[in-house]
Design a protein around this ligand. Structure first.
Ligand SMILES: NC(=O)C1=CN([C@@H]2O[C@H](COP(=O)(O)OP(=O)(O)OC[C@H]3O[C@@H](n4cnc5c(N)ncnc54)[C@H](OP(=O)(O)O)[C@@H]3O)[C@@H](O)[C@H]2O)C=CC1
Ligand SMILES: N[C@@H](CC=O)C(=O)O
Length: 351
């Protein structure tokens, strides 16, 4: 039976997943036995539509592209418009909520409430919104568990690159004692552009926004708050070591000038925004800060919106993963793999 989806938020990432579902529909069915139907989309400014029998993805994307508002979707019997996020979560016939609204770096809301409402209504959530995972992981995981539903959030760290799923599934049995990485696509894109092309900070940031890498408020990227959420998620979920946002020292890249970049180059070094978490007894010491890394450091060669992460494992030693850190299709994919995982687990339960 097709997996019924309701989108909360329909910006870059939401549309990225919708395009994948449209373009790969036949291949996903044939290769994975995966079928999905979008029953609802609820966005703050772009409108809200619900049809229990399913919406036509191409029409929804076209209407949004041409008119800027989903409320202009063709009127068909059974179509409902105007439902807000909570009504959509609670009252549609969706199996899974795709939470792709903006990440609030102070409270994590309203996304935390979106997750609670979904779990309490017996619905799965897959999300790229980092707030709920960074601020309320334990509480929300318990609620999801109590209601027997799935919670997927692969895309909260390094977009569709399996920075969470890989260590949890294929490094299981190792203790991960330290993590070090480049975890923000926007800032890595800016630093790369400034060094490689001499582009100003402001111009490079504008490009990152146009490419869909930056947060709705890019202060989160350039001041390091986005990377701070990600290191907290990695610490709690991957290292199994409690860490709060307040415990992470955080500095961004706003003070780095073209001259600083040229000076580093002359020293055989390169500026990178580095996220670190290290276990020390029962505690984790974590930081986000720009560093001049030696050109021979593997992280120095990570350019543009690509990210990379190194896990120090007690059994396997050092393992490094690199891949997309942001982007429409890349992050849309992170939601797809969470959905496929839900369907695969359902198949196992049936067996
Ligand atoms: N872009 C990327 O590469 C990545 C993004 N993420 C995360 O994914 C999420 C989505 O990112 P992205 O698509 O780029 O962001 P966008 O800003 O493009 O889209 C977010 C959408 O959510 C809508 N929205 C905000 N609040 C609500 C609400 N209460 N109810 C319904 N809709 C709401 C916004 O509405 P409107 O603008 O119409 O007011 C907007 O359309 C964010 O949390 C981000 O941190 C994670 C990994 C990578
Ligand atoms: N704004 C973020 C998007 C992905 O999490 C970034 O640039 O990394």
């Amino acid at each position: 039976m097709a997996h019924k989806l309701a989108f909360i938020g329909f910006g870059v990432v939401g549309q990225g997943l919708a395009e994948i579902l449209r373009d790969k529909k036949a291949a996903l069915k044939q290769e994975e036995g995966f079928e999905a139907v979008i029953v609802a989309i609820s966005d703050l400014m772009k409108g809200s539509i619900y049809h229990p029998g399913g919406l036509d993805i191409d029409t929804a994307l076209q209407v949004l592209n041409e008119t800027g508002n989903l409320d202009n979707y063709p009127q068909t019997p059974g179509l409902v418009t105007g439902w807000d996020s909570l009504k959509t979560i609670r009252e549609t016939n969706a199996d899974t909520i795709i939470e792709v609204s903006y990440t609030d770096v102070k409270t994590g809301q309203p996304a935390i409430n979106h997750c609670k409402a979904a779990f309490e209504s017996g619905k799965n959530v897959v999300m790229t919104n980092k707030g709920p995972v960074a601020l309320a992981y334990k509480e929300l995981a318990e609620i999801a568990d109590k209601h027997g539903v799935h919670w997927g959030f692969e895309g909260t760290v390094m977009s569709g690159t399996p920075a969470l799923r890989m260590p949890i599934s294929t490094l299981a049995g190792n203790e991960i004692t330290e993590i070090r990485g480049i975890l923000n696509g926007t800032t890595n894109y800016i630093l790369t552009k400034m060094e490689a092309e001499g582009v100003s900070y402001e111009e490079a940031l504008k490009e990152a926004q146009a490419l869909g890498y930056a947060e709705a408020d890019p202060t989160s990227d350039v001041e390091g708050y986005d990377a701070r959420y990600k290191i907290v998620i990695l610490s709690n979920y991957v290292m199994k070591a409690p860490l709060t946002v307040e415990e992470v020292s955080c500095n961004g890249i706003t003070n780095i000038t073209l001259k600083d970049i040229e000076d580093a180059k002359a020293q055989g070094k390169r500026w990178k925004l580095i996220a670190k978490a290290r276990k020390q007894g029962d505690k984790v010491i974590a930081s986000i800060a720009p560093e001049k890394v030696a050109i021979t450091d593997p992280l120095a060669s990570i350019s543009g919106a690509t990210n990379a992460i190194t896990y120090e494992c007690d059994l396997l030693g050092t393992v490094t993963l690199s891949g997309a850190g942001a982007g429409k299709v890349e992050t849309g994919f992170s939601l797809l793999i969470d959905l496929i995982t839900i369907d695969r687990e359902k198949q196992i339960v049936k067996i």
